[in-house]
Design a protein around this ligand. Structure first.
Ligand SMILES: [Zn+2]
Length: 896
């Protein structure tokens, strides 16, 4: 490892880069009784009139000043109780307006002017493809008007939107439409009133020329709710799936959590320029168009799946986030961890539970474990930040969901439901903390979860070391498990975690040795071990033979487990484990063991033959007709390069890619006939439907095709499979099959590659979501020369760095999903990233900061790459006028 000289001096001095601490939280001094807003919309000069009725909070000092947040605003008028405030009564700077001694109860009128067209940060009010829209989470509302922009100030909003009628016939905001009318000069207005209490981050406004598709849902108490999806007219045929998903989500939340929707209308708007996936604004969700619009010709199975899950996620927030919201932004996981858990559960219920679990764990292992072991490691409830936008992370979201899942394991389904019932009823209309959530779980179940709270305050991935012993005479099987959590920045010593660990014991015939009962609800099973100490022992009697330990079933806790299973034992589990997740995982662990050995030998240039046992394990899984096809496809996919990288002491990018690629070719050759037969069996001509069965069939078919194409790649004189792939590309009637074929060609240096890429663009150039895919695919091509192609594509007329989806598709994908080219030993990939981060920081700091994270784990690489990566981090960090967002990532990466 290379040690750093002092980098602090090189960091730019950013005046506003102030660290904010959870420990410094103070209740607001003033509460807001009501909010009246009037927007006079104009592309470059929008006027915002606000009238705020404040009241001093009980317990606040009589002299307490009123502090309002505001940035990028031009203050026009400021009146207290109807009188213009003299300049000596208030202080104004770049991000605050402070009024001294405003009184016990008072009316404040504020008039500001803003420029939505110049707002490329896409926070607050901005223009996207000719429509006005807003994004206020976390701190966007302060770019609209001076306001107590914090989630613990909740109020009732009345909003009037005024705009040119021809350009903006549709005017939307939260709640119910009260009145509408016409004005002179071709303008019109609509007045909205939201009966619910909400914080400013849930405010939304949309104005544009939009088409609408309607539907309705009857709630459990028999009320009819109008559902509306707004989009540009050319996309109106792509709304069915989202509306169907919304109705499924509404029903599921009633059935599973007893939660009913309370407003008369639920609106969703599709927006082209959007930083996030979607936003749960009260009654008016705003969605990134790519996360809501779908048709079989333009969207893949993955898109359909993702839309179903995101629609549900935003809907579920109506209870877990909106009605019960966060006290402060350190509590983000309160709403996000819980809601991700809810949407994962929903997707599992509607599709294949095992495949859903595998997908969830893949995300966690590839991205969250990496975050936990890098300089950005933070607990799911962080205790300090400079810019909260940087903490919308896989840790807060996905590990947060795992923590809620563990509570569900510990309490059981029924106990967990008792806990959520109490949580919702106790805190409806309040802004609360993660501690309040755990407290509700404790009170409803009469249990104590003090140690469990360590999951909220400690960062890092715990590691388990397992020793087992079988005493044949006594027929006793015993286990010793030690837990340990490596240090993370700012946290050297950790207290032990409370870890629910589901286990099973398998006999030589594959039968469960411990249990006679069904393992469907592991929470109720007697085999849920409760790890609470650094080292613990368990002993099981009456075990007839030396068992095979199936550990952490269903991935019951977000930990790393090391077990000394032999290759043969893993192959056995891969064939026999009754827990589908662990069955898949045994295959992954076996592949990883084999691959890590090869990665070590890679520099020696050895090409080891593939173990026959491994080939046979693959063959029997591929030919197993009783398994879910989606599970087979997952089982036969080698571990990702990023998960492999996480297993290596020092990441050797070329070796990881080379070994993985070589093993794919070996598997392709060894099972050539099997891949072809299974491909043909599943290549059936049926109309596209989004359902688990058809999706499974397509995923297995396309996996087979990708292995088959390795054969053509090995022997360029044959073109049999190339023809097959080309046929699928040309004749496929759904985007899943077409894109699968295109993606495969994209990874092979064949003349067909450019032909299909061109044909695809020519056919779909009018559809921006499909064009995003076209950029993303090319950015991920591991063929040589990718950076040159990415740079050329940035000049393509369809590309704009200002659009977050395009920036992510091309620049983001290249840096995060194309490791051989991004990590090229000449450092060209790193220089490219730094260049783009600096360019983007001027436009959209949130997106720039997210991109920069590809450099944050520089210490994991070889010394030569470390120097190159660090150089570029320092170049970014030393840049004058850096945003808080980018400054925080750069400085943490260098210090951490
Ligand atoms: Zn969310």
């Amino acid at each position: 490892m290379t040690e750093l000289e002092k980098t602090d001096a090189k960091l730019s001095q950013s005046a506003s880069a102030k660290m904010i601490y959870l420990s410094e939280y103070k209740k607001p001094d003033y509460q807001l009784d009501s909010v009246e807003l009037r927007f006079e919309l104009h592309e470059t000069r929008t006027r915002v009139y606000s009238r705020l009725a404040f009241r001093r909070a009980p317990g606040a000092k009589t002299q307490a000043p009123l502090k309002l947040d505001g940035s990028h605003l031009e203050l026009q008028v400021l009146k207290l109780n109807g009188e213009t405030l003299a300049p000596d009564r208030y202080a104004l700077d770049d991000d605050q307006l402070v009024i001294e001694n405003p009184g016990q109860s008072f009316d404040l009128e504020v008039e500001t002017q803003i420029n939505p067209q110049a707002n490329t940060a896409l926070e607050g009010l901005y223009l996207s493809s000719g429509m006005f829209c807003t994004q206020c989470e976390a701190q966007g509302f302060r770019r609209i008007t001076y306001f107590p922009d914090r989630p613990d100030v909740m109020s009732r909003y009345t909003v009037t939107v005024v705009a040119d009628k021809q350009k903006y016939p549709i005017l939307l905001s939260n709640g119910n439409k009260l009145e509408a009318g016409e004005l002179d000069n071709g303008r019109h207005w609509v007045k909205w009133q939201d009966p619910s209490l909400k914080p400013s981050y849930l405010f939304a406004l949309v104005a544009g020329d939009l088409a609408c598709q309607e539907d309705s849902f009857t709630t459990m108490s028999g009320r009819e709710v109008k559902l509306q999806l707004f989009t540009e007219a050319e996309n109106i045929h792509k709304c069915d799936h989202a509306l169907m998903s919304l109705k499924q989500a509404m029903k599921w939340d009633e059935d599973t959590y007893g939660r009913e929707y309370e407003l008369d209308i639920y609106m969703i708007v599709a927006v082209n320029d959007f930083n996030m996936g979607a936003m749960e604004n009260k009654g008016l969700n705003v969605f990134n168009a790519s996360c809501v619009l779908a048709s079989p010709e333009t969207a893949t199975d993955q898109d359909y799946y993702r839309i179903q899950s995101i629609i549900a996620h935003e809907y579920f927030h109506n209870w877990s986030g909106n009605r019960v919201t966060c006290r402060d932004w350190f509590q983000l996981s309160l709403k996000e961890g819980f809601t991700v858990f809810r949407d994962q559960d929903f997707s599992a219920d509607l599709n294949s539970p095992a495949v859903q679990r595998i997908d969830d764990v893949n995300v966690l292992r590839a991205h969250q474990f990496a975050e936990d072991s890098g300089p950005m490691a933070h607990p799911i409830r962080p205790d300090h930040y400079i810019e909260i936008s940087n903490f919308y992370t896989v840790t807060v979201y996905n590990k947060g969901a795992e923590v809620v899942r563990m509570l569900c394991h510990i309490l059981g389904r029924e106990g967990f439901r008792k806990g959520t019932d109490l949580y919702f009823s106790r805190h409806d209309g309040q802004a609360v903390t993660t501690d309040d959530f755990v407290k509700a779980m404790e009170d409803a179940n009469d249990v104590e979860l003090a140690q469990f709270r360590n999951w909220y305050s400690q960062a890092g991935t715990p590691e388990l070391v397992v020793d087992e012993n079988y005493d044949a005479d006594a027929r006793t099987y015993s286990l010793t498990i030690r837990q340990y959590c490596p240090p993370t920045p700012g946290q050297v010593d950790k207290k032990p975690f409370h870890i629910p660990l589901a286990i099973g014991l398998l006999g030589s015939n594959g039968k469960e040795l411990l249990s006679t009962q069904e393992n469907t609800n592991i929470a109720k099973s007697e085999h849920m071990l409760a790890l609470t100490k650094p080292e613990q022992h368990w002993s099981f009697s009456g075990v007839e033979e030396k068992p095979m330990l199936s550990l952490g079933r269903g991935f019951s806790a977000p930990v790393k487990m090391s077990l000394s299973h032999s290759d043969e034992a893993l192959a056995f589990m891969f064939a026999h484990d009754t827990d589908e997740f662990n069955r898949w995982d045994a295959g992954q662990q076996l592949a990883i063991k084999i691959m890590l050995k090869r990665i070590d030998d890679y520099s020696a240039g050895e090409a080891l033959p593939l173990e026959p046992m491994f080939i046979e394990a693959y063959r029997s899984t591929l030919n197993n007709r009783t398994l879910d096809k989606a599970l087979v496809a997952q089982a036969l996919s080698l571990p990702s390069e990023s998960y492999l990288a996480d297993q290596c002491e020092i990441v050797d990018v070329d070796a990881i890619h080379g070994v993985r690629q070589f093993m794919r070719q070996q598997l392709a050759e060894a099972l050539a006939d099997d891949w072809l037969r299974v491909y043909e069996e599943n290549n059936v001509k049926i109309a596209y439907h989004f359902n688990a069965q058809d999706m499974a069939q397509r995923s297995l078919k396309n996996l087979c095709l990708s292995y088959l194409m390795e054969l053509d790649s090995l022997d360029q004189s044959k073109a049999e499979h190339r023809q097959r792939c080309l046929r699928q590309f040309q004749q496929g009637d759904n985007m899943t099959d077409v894109l699968a074929a295109l993606s495969i060609f994209n990874q092979h240096a064949m003349p067909e590659r450019q032909q299909v890429l061109d044909a695809f663009y020519n056919k779909w150039q009018h559809d921006r979501q499909v064009v995003e895919k076209w950029f993303a695919i090319q950015a991920a091509s591991s063929l040589a020369g990718a950076l040159k192609r990415v740079r050329a594509l940035m000049q393509h007329p369809a590309f704009s760095i200002k659009n977050p989806n395009l920036a992510r598709s091309l620049i983001g994908r290249f840096c995060a999903a194309n490791s051989v080219n991004f990590h090229l030993s000449d450092g060209s990939g790193y220089r490219f990233l730094a260049e783009q981060v600096l360019a983007l920081d001027e436009l959209n700091p949130q997106i720039a900061a997210r991109l920069l994270q590809s450099l944050s784990r520089w210490r994991r690489f070889d010394p030569a790459r470390q120097i190159l990566m660090r150089e570029q981090l320092e170049r970014v960090a030393g840049h004058k006028g850096l945003s808080k967002d980018v400054y925080e990532i750069a400085s943490r990466s260098l210090e951490g």
